[in-house]
Write a protein that binds this ligand. Structure first.
Ligand SMILES: Cc1cc2nc3c(=O)[nH]c(=O)nc-3n(C[C@H](O)[C@H](O)[C@H](O)COP(=O)(O)OP(=O)(O)OC[C@H]3O[C@@H](n4cnc5c(N)ncnc54)[C@H](O)[C@@H]3O)c2cc1C
Length: 529
């Protein structure tokens, strides 16, 4: 088996992983492993943009306040202050690296960044590249890494588990899918930047890579996780038989789109004073409630009052996607439903990206830094990944972590037994998981459903573990194991929070309870904290 030694190993090549790699490679060697092609990530699909205080009409305090309001009392204010104050510098750094965000002219005719507005933001502060902001950021970061000889990027390398020695994370076990064998990467420190876990649900905006691997690996290695009950459902994904879960960006509502029932009635004024621009959780619950009340499969988004030329230019990807399924958004309403979109919780970190396991950092969607609280404000996640991945890299460079271990701990038993990880997995386990999560751990929850889900998921995790030991393992089966484990942890968190807050709506406890629950839900493998 090949054993590699380097300064830092980064798992994931989205915005968080590449930001860390770029900073750390200024002084050290960095190996990035990524499980598919290098650009395949949630980052690549982000549409709306990245939030930052970049206009004279905006202030840090307003962005902080909007973030705290969305977070429903659970944001860590210190983390939010770091995010908002350091954000603009990080966005400018992206521009220096070559990101081509949309520009416009100010009153004096000078070119300035074109700033959009999204739900929950009290000012225009969304930097964007049409409706393909994530693609442009990913392109920029990948291009920058190409010019850094100290960054070594391995595509189709699937991280299986962290290597832990004497209570510290000393590397990563990786499956090399080209050679079909395991390899060990030993390092001074490891960054988990594996993104989200939307694939735990049948309807998600996340691409297939979002299987919660980082959360599962961290948990198995002994790190604490937090706030996994807060899954954000995006209110508006396309409802169409030929296209599952394509996201219709919040920016469409930012440009004036109105949510309507099939008979044309607008309904958001019943739910929130900001109407169609209310925070995402409010909009998702409102749509869910209207769909249940009327027994309808979807609601509609109407932006037909905007000219076709404007829509084509402002939303080129959405426009052409809709056209490809026969919908002309300039003339027809868009059928939409909510879908799992963003995990606000994750591997618990401090403001330097450190997890509870020494030498293990986490950044981006896999991490829980405290900035999102019980609900993420739109366009704060790309920003969080930039700010905290950079901080983690700076800390990792400054920390005097000892050189990579010379001794390799024994291969985990699940790997030692198997030589091939390629065999296709059965769809069965994932289907069962999806059914449980969809029916019992959705937008609106009940204690009885969660309790049933807990026992069903415990059984599924066991089944997945057994499948790994009885049949040849494969990447998909490993992902299934990770997904089942993440689902189980999500339910454990949800069961501990006996109130309704932000993204967690529990019918049995409909009120927010600040006396008992104004705190994170923290789970640690060695016992609850
Ligand atoms: C459709 C969509 C639209 C969005 N729009 C916005 C937006 O407008 N603004 C905003 O702020 N946020 C948006 N988000 C959220 C945002 O895109 C993500 O939160 C963010 O990109 C996460 O970045 P990341 O680097 O943490 O993870 P990702 O970008 O998801 O990268 C994860 C990386 O880890 C790799 N990986 C995962 N597991 C393994 C493993 N076991 N081994 C090796 N590699 C692994 C993946 O292949 C990938 O390279 C959107 C998300 C989606 C899905």
């Amino acid at each position: 088996m090949q054993v590699h030694r380097t300064d830092f190993v980064v798992v994931g090549s989205g915005i968080a992983g590449l930001t860390f790699a770029l900073r750390a490679s200024e002084q050290a060697e960095v190996v990035v492993v990524t499980k598919k092609e290098r650009s395949e990530s949630n980052t690549n699909y982000a549409q709306g943009g990245i939030a930052g205080v970049l206009s004279p009409e905006d202030t840090f305090e307003l962005h902080i306040q909007d973030t705290l309001n969305a977070g429903a009392g659970l944001c860590h204010e210190e983390a939010v202050r770091v995010l908002v104050h350091e954000g603009p510098r990080q966005i400018r750094r992206l521009i220096e690296l070559g990101a081509r965000f949309d520009m416009e002219r100010d009153a004096q005719g000078n070119p300035v960044l074109a700033l959009g507005r999204e739900g929950g933001h009290s000012r225009n502060r969304i930097v964007h590249y049409a409706d393909q902001t994530g693609w442009e950021i990913e392109r920029t970061l990948l291009e920058a890494t190409r010019h850094r000889p100290r960054i070594i990027l391995h595509e189709h390398f699937f991280a299986l588990d962290l290597i832990v020695h004497e209570g510290e994370c000393v590397g990563v076990w990786v499956w090399n899918t080209h050679a079909d064998e395991p390899e060990a990467f030993l390092a001074r420190a490891v960054l988990l930047a594996t993104g989200g876990c939307g694939q735990v649900y049948p309807h998600t905006t996340n691409p297939s890579i979002a299987t919660g691997d980082g959360i599962a690996m961290a948990w198995r290695a002994g790190a604490c996780v937090a706030n996994l009950e807060f899954m954000q459902f995006h209110p508006t994904t396309l409802y169409h038989p030929d296209s599952r879960s394509f996201l219709i960006s919040e920016a469409v509502r930012g440009e004036g789109a109105i949510l309507r029932l099939p008979d044309g009635t607008p309904f958001m004024e019943k739910y929130h004073p900001m109407k169609d621009l209310a925070p995402r959780d409010v909009v998702a619950r409102a749509i869910d409630a209207e769909m249940k009340r009327l027994g309808i499969p979807c609601v509609y988004l109407d932006i037909t009052h905007r000219p076709a030329e404007f829509l084509r230019q402002r939303f080129p990807a959405i426009y052409s996607k809709l056209q490809s399924v026969g919908i002309d958004m300039a003339r027809e309403w868009i059928p939409v439903v909510p879908a799992a979109h963003y995990m606000c919780g994750g591997v618990q970190t401090d403001l330097l990206g450190r997890t509870s396991l020494p030498r293990l950092y986490a950044a981006g969607e896999v991490a829980c830094t405290g900035v999102h609280g019980a609900n993420r404000l739109a366009s704060n996640s790309l920003l969080e990944a930039l700010v905290f991945a950079d901080r983690a890299a700076i800390h990792a460079l400054e920390a005097a972590w000892s050189p990579p271990a010379s001794e390799l701990p024994p291969l985990p038993s699940a790997l030692a037994r198997h030589s091939k990880l390629r065999e296709p997995a059965t769809q069965n386990l994932r289907q069962q998981l999806h059914a449980v999560m969809q029916q019992k751990v959705g937008i609106v929850r009940r204690l009885a459903w969660l309790e049933q889900a807990a026992s069903e998921l415990r059984h599924l995790v066991e089944q997945a573990r057994l499948a790994m030991s009885q049949a040849p393992a494969c990447v998909t089966r490993w992902e299934d194991w990770n997904l089942a484990l993440v689902g189980e942890l999500m339910v454990q968190c949800a069961l501990r929070r006996r109130e309704s807050r932000g993204l967690h709506t529990l019918v049995d406890f409909p009120e927010r309870d600040d006396v008992h629950y104004r705190c994170d839900t923290v789970l640690c493998p060695d016992g609850e904290r």
